[in-house]
Design a protein around this ligand. Structure first.
Ligand code: GRF
Length: 230
């Protein structure tokens, strides 16, 4: 499915600032287990997410998520950083692979690399990430451990647009998860993960539906030229 023919204006040429992509082809970037990738695959097959995954790319050959993708009949690719002279060259190769597969929204799902300018420039406001904390609290690695050690009463999950600031882009969706007295990193991570799997497909659909804009730091819904006319 290249064009969403169920939408009445699917063939309309997008206006400037129109946040709706014309196609819903996702590229998913992973480095490991791929449970968020699985939640996207499941949401598509259950009709909760109107998109297709054009390609799954990993920076690691041993990423278990690659197998999940293959089982779902999705094309996979492994791009190893050591095969490229530097970060920019790697990011350019990544962007080229995604463009070749006509991807219009890139979803980072446990992709353990910083995203550099070549990729950001190729997909402006078209890169999403999921992070296991209520950002801006606890960016970076081991977010669940950071939350436990800090002693917060709530943590959670955040889906955000990717910018050059680590885990610092405009927030699309969040879900809060209470931290319990007897939580360990494992138990807290498991409860946060349930929320990750719920909100990531939802956030992707929200982006694909359009009718949003970025105003300063904020992701604002219902602020496109379309909604103003409605
Ligand atoms: C998730 O906790 C996600 O929030 C973080 O990395 C983890 C990836 O898990 N960015 P999985 O590979 O999707 O199971």
């Amino acid at each position: 499915m290249a064009v969403d023919s169920r939408r009445p204006d699917a063939n309309k040429v997008p206006e400037e600032n129109d946040s709706r992509p014309r196609f819903s082809r996702l590229g998913v970037l992973i480095s490991g287990r791929g449970s968020n990738l699985q939640s996207i695959i499941d949401a598509i097959s259950q009709g909760r997410l109107d998109a297709q995954i054009a390609i799954v790319v990993s920076n690691r050959e041993d990423a278990a998520g690659l197998q999940r993708a293959r089982e779902a009949g999705i094309e996979t690719m492994c791009l190893k950083p050591r095969d490229y002279p530097g970060r920019d060259a790697y990011d350019r190769a990544l962007a080229a692979a995604l463009e070749t597969h006509r991807v219009n929204l890139v979803c980072l799902a446990g992709f353990m690399r910083l995203v550099g300018l070549p990729l950001l420039a190729a997909f402006p406001n078209r890169l999403l990430n999921i992070h296991p904390s209520l950002l801006p609290a606890f960016p970076g690695l081991d977010a669940q451990r950071q939350a436990l050690e800090y002693g917060v009463r709530f943590s959670g999950a955040t889906v955000h647009l990717v910018t050059s600031e680590l885990d610092g882009g405009p927030i699309v969706l969040q879900a809060a998860v209470p931290v319990l007295e007897d939580d360990t990193v494992q138990t807290l991570s498991a409860r946060i993960l349930v929320e990750e799997h719920r909100i990531y497909p939802e956030a992707i659909q929200l982006l694909l539906d359009g009718d949003w804009s970025v105003q300063g730091r904020r992701f604002v819904r219902g602020a496109s030229p379309h909604s103003r006319r409605a």
